[in-house]
Design a protein around this ligand. Structure first.
Ligand code: EPU
Length: 415
């Protein structure tokens, strides 16, 4: 396990660029095997989650070539094999092989996925959708066998607008016979990006980005070029960092509309923002107002950014609150902030942050990806030295984080 060491209190400035979206590429790579030819993907971030998906693809005899941010996937010689827990537990997104292998072969054998421990994270909606398309599911301990002689398009209503279930069901339905409609679909930009990728290969998906996605099954998917959208959570992380410590930090290569909910909260906190077509310039204000946030599905305030914003709330003049409505266990970072001197109370799904407090560097633990990133921000704000243990979590979702932050003036080392 890696460790990150930070010397806090340094002023940040200059420019920082956002990489391709983790939660897009982790859907796109499993989706690529549906193609009957090669696929070419640009703006691919270099992340451990991407490495882990590459390992699974190579295990399935899929050829994966990576050159900087370009990836070519050639599934022509692939074989359908069981994906055991050693492979599937490395990340959450291994579950997208359920939809793609089922769509391609009508048969998949796979163990339950892994991922950050932020709540129960069941996959019942995925499985219910596969069944609606005609699949039979057999569970044997940790392993599931999902199979169908033929997948037939149907209407599927999701009880909750789940990102994972929406993408997985699109993958299964792309080659199904006839028309599938996913009602109460999730609307996150990553879903639109995966749907566009599939359409670039010849799929017939419409309505992605709305709560009703329509998929007309096709028989053949051809070679394509595709670009991964900028990572809105990485973008939000850098903007919050700038709001804490910078004088005119320019966060580049982002789609500002994707982080509107965050930008509005930052304005409410009194943070100065200049929003351009593909950048945000952010500066630290004199004082921060406290704010209340509630996490919601897109375009509401993203759960992936609540932990990040918590590190800034510590500086606000008064009490801020966070209501986490998506996951039941996503406040582990708050307990680590307490070790750094923050005054915080957690009551069920609500966190209270009593500011302002001066944070002091100490040894803390990254308990999941976004908790880790939140502690990087806290460490950079704090006086003195912070050691973040379990830093591997952070490398799952932030490309070259140490180099990027060093370039804007941070003192940060990965060991
Ligand atoms: N849920 C169910 N049943 C299901 C599926 C989901 O009850 O079958 C529940 C979950 O337990 C959770 C809620 O619905 O309480 C949201 O789950 P969702 O399926 O939307 O999330 P996910 O697909 O597991 C993705 C991202 C997460 C992000 C969420 C919400 C990927 C690989 N992961 O997870 O990203 O928090 O959507 O936006 O795309 C991260 O990047 O740090 C991260 C955790």
């Amino acid at each position: 396990m890696h460790i990150i060491n930070i010397t806090g209190g340094k002023k940040l400035g200059g420019e920082i660029s956002v990489s391709g979206a983790k939660n897009s590429i982790v859907g796109i790579m499993p989706a690529a095997i549906l193609c009957d030819e090669d696929v070419n993907i640009y703006n691919v971030p270099s992340l451990s989650d991407v490495e882990n998906l590459k390992t699974i693809l190579e295990y399935l005899n899929v050829n994966v070539e990576i050159k900087e941010d370009y990836m070519r996937i050639i599934p022509n010689n692939m074989t359908n094999k069981p994906i055991n827990s050693e492979l599937s537990k490395k990340l959450r997104a291994s579950y997208y092989f359920m939809g793609s292998l089922l769509g391609k072969y009508g048969h998949v054998e796979i163990s339950f996925p892994g991922g950050c421990v932020i709540g129960a994270r069941p996959i019942d909606l995925h499985l219910k959708g596969f069944k609606a398309l005609g699949a039979k599911i057999t569970e044997d301990g940790d392993t599931m066998i999902i199979e169908a002689d033929e997948l037939i398009g149907t209407n599927i209503y999701l009880d909750f607008a789940s990102v994972g279930a929406t993408i997985n069901l699109m993958l299964a339905a792309v080659k199904a016979k006839g028309k599938t409609i996913i009602e109460n679909a999730a609307k996150e930009p990553e879903i639109v990006n995966v749907a566009t990728f599939l359409n670039n290969m010849g799929a017939r998906i419409s309505g992605a980005g709305t709560n009703r996605i329509k998929i007309e099954g096709v028989d053949y998917l051809h070679s394509c070029f595709h670009e991964v959208i900028p990572d809105r959570i990485e973008a939000g992380t850098f903007v919050v960092l700038g709001a804490a410590l910078s004088d005119n930090l320019k966060v580049k290569n982002l789609i500002p509309e994707h982080i509107n909910s965050l930008l509005e909260k930052l304005r409410e906190m009194g943070v100065g923002l200049e929003v351009g077509p593909d950048y945000v310039i952010v500066s630290k204000p004199e004082h921060y107002n406290p704010v209340d946030i509630q996490t919601l599905v897109y375009p509401g305030f993203p759960t992936d950014l609540q932990q990040i914003l918590a590190s800034l709330m510590v500086l606000a003049d008064g009490t801020s609150t966070i209501d986490e409505t998506i996951y039941e266990n996503r406040f582990q970072n708050l307990y680590e902030l307490v070790k750094m001197g923050a005054r915080i109370k957690v009551e069920g799904e609500r966190g209270y942050i009593y500011g302002p407090t001066k944070l002091k560097g100490t040894t803390v633990m990254a308990t999941d990806l976004r908790a880790g990133a939140a502690l990087v921000i806290a460490g950079l704000i704090a006086d003195g030295q912070t050691e973040i243990q379990n830093a591997d979590y952070i490398l799952r979702g932030y490309e070259n984080i140490v180099e990027k932050l060093s370039n804007i003036g941070a003192t940060i080392v990965l060991k």
